[in-house]
Write a protein that binds this ligand. Structure first.
Ligand code: DQA
Length: 144
């Protein structure tokens, strides 16, 4: 099994970015942790982060037919990007949407996601544990 983890804009600043909302764990720590988690279960996980919408679309297209599942925290692009939604639909790879914070108890513009109705599951508000839960779920439910 192979999984792709995608993090969108500003998630490269995890650890120092509004730690009261996003916690103090860095993206590098999270990526290492889930990589180990996957390899312990005999799977491969690759990580990708970009602040650019088009780069995320390119990455999703690139893994078509190559990964069994995607875990995506699209950051602010969650609330704006029809392009990322369309890319995920185009490649037809099952994906889990993750948000570190509980977007539903924040500003109203964070309540709508262009991805959620296409996702296998949506995890919000569990902090960085959300990524661990997503990997665990994907590895139990999808093989390829
Ligand atoms: C986020 C929530 C988004 O609204 C925000 O723009 C982010 C992070 C989260 O993980 O809680 O960048 O996706």
């Amino acid at each position: 099994t192979s999984i792709l983890l995608i993090n969108g804009p500003n998630l490269n600043l995890l650890g120092t970015r509004e730690p009261h909302i996003y916690g103090s764990t860095t993206l590098e720590d999270i990526e290492k942790r889930v990589q180990n988690q996957a390899s312990d279960l005999g799977a491969t996980l690759t990580s990708f982060q970009s602040n650019w919408e088009g780069a995320i679309v390119d990455k999703i297209q690139e893994v078509r037919g190559k990964v069994g599942g995607i875990i995506i925290n699209a950051g602010a692009l969650t609330h704006t990007s029809v392009a990322i939604r369309d890319a995920l639909s185009a490649v037809a790879i099952p994906f889990i949407e993750v948000h570190i914070s509980n977007v539903h108890k924040r500003e109203p513009f964070r309540h709508h996601s262009y991805l959620s109705d296409k996702a296998e599951a949506v995890i919000v508000g569990l902090g960085d544990y959300g990524y661990t839960a997503a990997v665990d779920y994907l590895l139990k439910h999808y093989k390829s």
